[in-house]
Design a protein around this ligand. Structure first.
Ligand code: 3H9
Length: 687
C-alpha cells in the first residue's frame, strides 16, 4: 500500500500529499503521519512554505466517520488543525474534488487556500447531526462573515470554487494540473513575501444585534426536530462573542453534546445505510447488466407520467404508450405545459421534458429494452398486460410491473419469461429519493442489477426487495390509525401527533395526498383475509363511497381549500361518531402518547414480519424506504433503528398492553419482535 502521507521537497517548497482512498478521510493513522511530517517540514530550514494537497479524486472529505462513537485517538482532528494554524511558515491548501467538514477546517487553518474550478467546498456535518468541530464554526464567520457562514454551516450547503472565491473563502481559483499550479502559487507567496494570514486572528462581527435570534426563528420550521442546526448557531455565536480559544472550547462542548445525541446517531446510521442499501448481499457487485437504450411506459396516467419523467433522465428514448387518441392528446398537451405540473414533477423534470415522447403505436413494444406497465389498476389487469408484453417484445426485454401492493410472483408467472420480470415502486410521484425494486422468485440477478443501476443513474437510492415493503407497512400503520378514529380520535389529532414526532404528514394527510382509492382497492382485494376487527372497521369504504378520494377530489379525511390546505371537516367527524355508535364503541379521549405508540408499533411490527418473511433482507432496507419514501424523520433513523433505540422488550410489552386494553388480536407482537425482546437484542443485532 502506498504511504498515507508523503513529504517531497521542490526547491524551497515542501509538498505534503495525502493518499487515503476513496475520499482522503482524516483517519487516525493519516492524522498521526501528517502531524509527524508537518513537524518535520516546520523544522526543516530548507523549506520556506508548504503546500498540502491530495492524491485521488478529492481533497479531504472530512473526519473519518467510521471512527465516530469510538474512543478518540490522538492526535485528533482539532490538534492537526491547530498545528497548521500555528505553523512558523506559510501553509497553502490546494483543493480539488470535495473539501468537506474536517477537510475544509484543515484548509481554513492554512494561511492560503486555492482550488481548481471543479472543486466544491462545504460543511455537511449538519446532515450527520453534528457541527464542524475542528474550528470551522470559529474560523468561517471570521473569514466570510456571519451571514454567509451561517448559511454554509447550518444548511450544509456546498459551494463551487467560484462562489467560494467570491465569498473570500479561497484566495484563488487555479488551473489544472493542481499540483504544478499549487507549487507555482506557493512560489509566488514566497516571492511576494506574503505574510502568514491566520484566520484565527480575524474578528467576526454581527451585521445586526438580533441577527442570530432572527436567523434562529427563520430556520425553526425548516429544521423542526433537528438538534444540530441550532447548536451550529450557538457555536457561531461563540465566534462573535468570545476570544478565539474560548470559542474553540465552546464549539468542542457543543460538538461533544451532538456526537452523543440520539439525533446524530440516527443521522450517521442513515448516512451509512444509504450507501449500504445499494450493496445487497447475494447480488455480486460485478453482476452483468443489460443495456437500456429505450423504455416504453404503458399508460399515460399519473403513475405512467411520473415514471416516464424519472427514466427520461437516464435512458436515451422514453416513450409513453397511450391507449386512445384522447389519452395521447391529453398527454401531449400536458407535456407542453411549462409549469412543474403533471409530467414534469420530480427531481428529473428538466430531462423529462427533453427525453420523453408519447405515441399510440404499440409496435414500439417489439423494440423496447424495458417495458413498464403503468396503466392497470389491479393484479388481473396487470397479469394480462404483462402476458401481452411477453408476446410482443423481443427476447431479453425486461418487463416491469408497478402496482405498489402486487404479489410480484403471481404477476411474473403469467409470462413465459419470469426471469425477465421485476416490480418497481416509486414514491411521491417519483419525487422521493427511494425506489423499491421488487424481484420475483425467478427474477434473474442480471435483471435486478440492471434495475439497481438504472435507479442509481437517476440519482436515487434503490432498495432491492422481494415484494412490497413500504406500502405494506403503511397499510398496517393506517389501519391502526383508523382503529383510533373508531375509538374516539379525529384525523387532525392523529396527524398532529405523528407530525410532532417528526413526519411531514400524519397518516391521514398522507393518504389523502396519495389518493384513498389506492388503499381502498387494496383493502377490497384482500378483504377475505382481514381479521374480524379490520373487516368491521369500514371507515375507508364509507369515506370513499362518498367520493372523498383525498386531496385531488377536494375531500378525504379532510376537506381541502382551493390552495390544497386541509381543513378539519365536521361532516367527517359526524360520520366517525355514527360509525362508533354502530359498532357499539364508546368513544373516549385518547391520549397523544397512546396514538403515537400504537401507530408506530403497528409500523414496526409489520416491519418485523417483512424481515421475518425475508421480503426485505435487512432492517436498513426498511429504514431507507421509510426515511426517503414516507419522510420518516431521519433524526430518528427509520422505524427499525428507532425500535432498537426504544428497546424491543418495551415495544412488545406496550403492544401486549394495548391489545389487552382494546381486545385487538392483530396487535400480537410478531414472532421476531418476541424473539429479539427475549434475547434483549435489536433488529440491527439480530442473529
Ligand atoms: C467531520 O468532518 C467532523 C469534523 O467537523 C470534526 C471532527 C472533530 N469518513 O459517498 P460515496 C466512504 S464529519 C469515512 O459512496 P461519492 C463512504 O462510506 C465528516 N468514510 O462516494 C463510501 O464507503 P463504501 C464531514 C467516508 O463519490 C466511500 O467513502 N464530511 C467518508 O458518491 C465513498 O463514498 C462528510 O460528511 C468519511 N468522511 O461521494 C462527507 N465519506 O465505499 C461525507 C465517505 O465502503 N461524504 N466515506 O460504501 C460524502 O458526502 C461523500 O462520500 C462524498 C463522495 C461527497 C465525499
Amino acid at each position: 500500500m502506498p504511504p498515507l502521507v508523503t513529504l517531497e521537497k521542490h526547491g524551497n517548497l515542501g509538498v505534503v500529499a495525502l493518499n487515503n482512498p476513496p475520499v482522503n478521510a482524516l483517519s487516525h493513522e493519516l492524522r498521526r503521519t501528517l502531524c509527524a511530517l508537518l513537524a518535520e517540514a516546520f523544522a526543516d530550514a530548507s523549506i520556506d512554505a508548504i503546500v498540502i494537497w491530495c492524491e485521488g479524486r478529492t481533497f479531504i472529505a472530512g473526519a473519518d466517520i467510521r471512527e465516530f462513537g469510538k474512543a478518540p485517538l490522538a492526535p485528533d482532528v482539532p490538534e492537526v488543525v491547530e498545528l497548521i494554524d500555528r505553523a512558523p511558515k506559510p501553509v497553502i491548501a490546494a483543493l480539488h474534488g470535495t473539501a468537506l467538514g474536517g477537510g475544509l477546517e484543515l484548509a481554513l487553518a492554512c494561511h492560503y487556500r486555492i482550488a481548481v474550478a471543479s472543486a466544491r467546498l462545504g460543511f455537511p456535518e449538519v446532515t450527520l447531526g453534528l457541527l464542524p468541530g475542528a474550528g470551522g464554526t470559529q474560523r468561517l464567520p471570521r473569514l466570510i462573515g456571519v451571514s454567509a457562514a451561517l448559511d454554509l454551516i447550518v444548511n450544509g450547503t456546498l459551494v463551487s470554487a467560484a462562489k467560494a472565491h467570491a465569498l473570500g473563502l479561497i484566495d484563488a481559483v487555479i488551473e489544472e494540473p493542481l499540483k504544478e499550479h499549487a507549487q507555482a502559487f506557493g512560489a509566488r507567496v514566497l516571492l511576494e513575501r506574503r505574510p502568514l494570514r491566520r484566520v484565527s486572528e480575524l474578528v467576526a462581527q454581527l451585521d445586526a444585534p438580533e441577527q442570530l435570534e432572527a436567523y434562529r426563528s427563520s430556520i425553526a420550521q425548516k429544521h423542526r426536530g433537528f438538534l444540530a442546526p441550532f447548536h451550529c448557531i450557538e457555536a457561531v455565536r461563540a465566534a462573535v462573542e468570545l476570544p478565539f480559544e474560548a470559542g474553540l472550547q465552546r464549539e468542542r462542548e457543543l460538538f461533544v453534546e451532538l456526537m452523543a445525541s440520539p439525533e446524530s446517531k440516527a443521522q450517521r446510521h442513515a448516512f451509512f445505510a444509504e450507501r449500504e442499501v445499494a450493496k445487497l448481499p447475494g447480488l455480486a457487485a460485478e453482476t452483468a447488466t443489460r443495456a437500456l437504450r429505450s423504455v416504453v411506459v404503458v399508460g399515460c396516467g399519473k403513475r405512467a407520467r411520473a415514471l416516464g419523467a424519472c427514466f427520461a433522465g437516464a435512458v436515451p428514448a422514453v416513450t409513453l404508450l397511450a391507449g386512445t387518441q384522447q389519452e395521447l392528446d391529453n398527454t401531449v398537451a400536458a407535456l407542453g405545459v411549462s409549469s412543474a405540473a403533471s409530467v414534469l414533477d420530480g427531481a428529473n423534470a428538466g430531462e423529462g421534458r427533453a427525453g420523453m415522447t408519447c405515441t399510440l403505436d404499440a409496435r414500439l413494444l417489439s423494440e423496447a429494452d424495458l417495458i413498464v406497465e403503468a396503466s392497470a389498476g389491479d393484479v388481473a389487469a396487470q397479469r394480462s398486460a404483462l402476458a401481452r408484453f411477453d408476446a410482443a417484445s423481443r427476447p431479453g426485454a425486461i418487463l416491469v410491473s408497478t402496482l405498489p401492493y402486487s404479489d410480484i410472483d403471481t404477476i411474473a408467472s403469467c409470462t413465459g419469461r419470469p426471469a425477465d420480470v421485476v416490480g418497481i415502486h416509486v414514491y411521491r410521484g417519483g419525487a422521493a429519493r427511494i425506489v423499491e425494486i421488487m424481484r420475483a422468485r425467478d427474477t434473474s440477478p442480471e435483471v435486478s442489477a440492471t434495475l439497481m443501476q438504472l435507479v442509481k443513474s437517476l440519482g436515487k437510492v434503490p432498495a432491492l426487495v422481494r415484494g412490497p415493503v413500504g406500502s405494506r407497512m403503511f397499510t398496517e400503520y393506517l389501519r391502526e390509525a383508523l382503529f383510533l378514529l373508531e375509538e374516539g380520535a379525529v384525523p387532525q389529532q392523529v396527524d398532529r401527533v405523528l407530525h410532532d414526532f417528526g413526519f411531514q404528514l400524519g397518516p391521514f394527510a398522507e393518504s389523502d395526498r396519495e389518493g384513498l382509492d389506492i388503499e381502498w382497492n387494496h383493502r377490497k382485494a384482500r378483504f377475505d383475509s382481514l381479521d374480524p376487527r379490520a373487516r368491521a372497521c369500514t371507515l375507508l369504504e364509507q369515506i370513499c363511497e362518498q367520493g372523498r378520494f383525498g386531496l385531488q377530489a377536494g375531500a378525504g379525511f379532510y376537506r381541502y381549500d382551493a390552495d390544497g390546505n386541509p381543513i378539519p371537516d365536521p361532516d367527517l367527524e359526524a360520520l366517525l361518531v355514527l360509525h362508533s355508535k354502530d359498532r357499539g364503541v364508546v368513544r373516549r379521549t385518547i391520549p397523544d402518547h397512546e396514538i403515537l405508540e400504537r401507530c408506530l408499533f403497528a409500523l414496526i411490527n409489520e416491519g418485523a414480519r417483512v424481515l421475518e418473511e425475508r421480503v426485505a433482507a435487512r432492517p436498513l432496507d426498511i429504514d431507507m424506504i421509510w426515511i426517503h419514501g414516507y419522510a420518516f424523520p431521519v433524526y430518528r433513523g427509520g422505524p427499525m433503528f428507532y425500535a432498537d433505540q426504544l428497546g424491543l422488550a418495551g415495544v412488545r410489552d406496550a403492544m401486549l398492553e394495548y391489545a389487552a386494553q382494546t381486545r385487538a388480536e392483530h396487535r400480537t407482537p410478531a414472532p421476531l419482535v418476541e424473539r429479539l425482546a427475549l434475547g434483549a437484542k435489536g433488529f440491527y443485532a439480530a442473529p
